[in-house]
Design a protein around this ligand. Structure first.
Ligand SMILES: *Cc1c(COP(=O)(O)O)cnc(C)c1O
Length: 400
């Protein structure tokens, strides 16, 4: 896998033999003849036409992700939210519903509960750890099941294989936001995920250089029974879903990844697996040790005590953990006293980051909504970076 990340060739030979994929900073592409233009514009050839549709630097990045994940198709967006909204808009229609959990990234929750609602899409929130409940929410108008593999900050883990079986039986696609564990280490396809979504802003960018999102289609959900997609023509190397998102939705929403971002994230991709290994190892050790601290009420890191997490993710469940202190005031004091760990949102930067989710990411939600989402006033979230593990631990202990 590490070799594939580094040696996926360019789609075309670069005229100067550039070793790194150049940043093709252009809006449009020139043709020799009217016939060539017709072929490219109508999709008979895959020549580049216009950078809102495709760009060589971005395609190279997508191809590398495709090689690593062994997906059928990959499409890059300009943020994780653009990837989520693009994928769901591709599947949804007025009158449909999407079955999901109330434990979601804040903007994803708001996208389902508010943005989509205005277009006649009902979000059916349920407990993803209860497979019977999930199945009971599905009906002939369900466009997809959407979940996050480890919810944040609740750190809940659903049984993906069990949910995927329900999806197969009911002919609905399983969409998983896998941002919290990179695809270099978590093989979503092996757990029945049909469409994987990643905020590449996080692990892949690494240095927090850029925003990006990926839609990774494993080609396992055909869409022949979908009210929305059944009329999209079937193609040999593309599902109906991918044809629709690539040929229509992505272009119309204009949420394309820029070549600069693709360049930065291709560099990030080359070291994602290495960085993840160090960060996840430090994270587990720190979380383990903090369980015994008298100021901490509870530590949440699924790999420490969750059987399903161990089966799905192996030894480590990402490089983020949360813990609860005794009061909201103590949580604020903790954040203020940090010396090494940065006070910032974002995840999986090379630098360790700390945040109090209830007052920040979920700060504009009402108390009642936070309660529904199980976002507690006493929870701190730590994203573990590449600093020395002892230094990160010591900073947490002195701040406690
Ligand atoms: C950050 C994040 C997103 C959104 O990604 P952006 O790149 O910020 O748009 C979605 N899901 C999860 C789990 C995230 O952590």
């Amino acid at each position: 896998m590490d070799t594939k990340i580094l040696s996926t060739p360019f789609p075309k030979k670069d005229p100067y033999g550039s070793l790194a994929m150049p940043v093709y900073h252009t809006a449009a592409y020139e043709f020799e003849t009217a016939h060539e233009m017709e072929d490219a514009f109508t999709g008979r050839t895959s020549e580049f036409v216009y950078s809102r549709i495709a760009n060589p630097t971005v395609t190279n990045y997508e191809n590398r992700v495709k090689a690593i994940t062994e997906a059928q198709n990959v499409l890059a967006f300009n943020s994780g939210m653009a990837a989520i909204s693009g994928a769901v808009i591709t599947l949804a229609w007025n009158g449909c519903n999407i079955v999901t959990s109330p434990h979601l990234f804040g903007n994803t929750y708001s996208f389902f509960a508010s943005t989509l609602k205005a277009f006649g899409v009902e979000a059916r929130f349920c407990d993803m750890t209860n497979v019977q409940e999930v199945e009971s929410k599905i009906d002939s108008n369900t466009c997809a099941i959407f979940l996050e593999i480890i919810t944040n900050p609740q750190m809940e883990v659903a049984d993906l294989k069990a949910i995927s079986e329900v999806c197969r039986k009911q002919n609905v696609p399983l969409i998983a936001d896998t941002t919290v564990i990179p695809f270099t280490h978590f093989r979503a396809k092996n757990f029945g995920v049909d469409i994987e979504i990643v905020s590449s802003t996080k692990y892949i960018s690494g240095g927090a250089t850029s925003l990006g999102g990926l839609v990774i289609d494993y080609g396992t959900w055909g869409g022949a029974t979908s009210q929305k997609l059944k009329d999209v023509p079937e193609a040999e190397n593309s599902t109906r879903f991918f044809t629709k998102i690539f040929r229509e939705i992505h272009r119309n929403l204009g949420a394309f990844m820029t070549p600069e971002t693709a360049y930065l994230q291709t560099i990030g991709l080359e070291t994602t697996s290495l960085r993840y290994e160090k960060e996840a190892k430090s994270c587990k050790k720190i979380a383990e040790k903090l369980q015994r601290h008298s100021e901490i009420v509870a530590v949440h890191y699924p790999a420490l005590n969750n059987k399903i997490a161990n089966e799905q993710f192996g030894e480590y469940s990402g490089a983020m953990f949360t813990f609860d202190v005794k009061t909201r005031e103590k949580a604020f004091e903790f954040i203020d006293r940090l010396k090494l760990i940065r006070r910032a949102t974002n995840l999986f930067d090379n630098k360790s980051l700390a945040i109090h989710p209830a007052s920040t990411i979920f700060g504009t939600f009402t108390d009642e909504m936070r309660k529904k989402m199980d976002v507690k006033d006493t929870t701190i979230r730590i994203s573990v970076g590449l600093e020395g593990e002892e230094d990160i631990y010591d900073d947490i202990v002195q701040a406690l």
